[in-house]
Write a protein that binds this ligand. Sequence first.
Ligand code: SF4
Length: 183
Amino acid sequence: MSGLAAVFAADGPIARHVGGFEPRAEQLAMAEAVADACADQAVLLAEAGTGTGKTFAYLVPALLAGGKIIVSTGTKTLQDQLFEKDLPLVRDALELPLRASLLKGRSNYLCLYRYEQTMDEGRLDSPVQAEQLHGLRHWASLTRSGDLGEAPVPVLEEGLRSRITSTADNCLGQECPAYADCF
Ligand code: SF4
């Protein structure tokens, strides 16, 4: 039995961590294709139907390959599920010393410089924006991630969001007075 076959076996480590897990030939085939691609440093384009167990089929061999991995998802929901559920599960099942970071696009993070400018100017497009900005105040002084998804104002008006986040064009980079604390 190959190493991957043992991991995905009915009495293997994945089965011990996932209730109701059943080995699937398609899942193992995809995992072996991913492992081969990692070993050969090749490009693999894989497509598999619902119920294959695609997430574990790429995570397990990719993590076992031991290098640095970037997983890019189509939605933030899937990203959150991977980060909060699937990755910890595979890490525990395989007993891997995994270090992982969650990265979102820059428009998801507070730009301290533009936020402070907006606070100082105090001119907003609507009372709702003023209320939302006020609602961020306490969080903004405490947050360590700057991730607006964790803020107490879950849905920011787009006009406000664009004023307190940065783009590649308007970010001051190393010239920014808030650079050292930038999220
Ligand atoms: S470095 Fe860029 S993103 Fe960071 S606080 Fe300054 S302007 Fe904003």
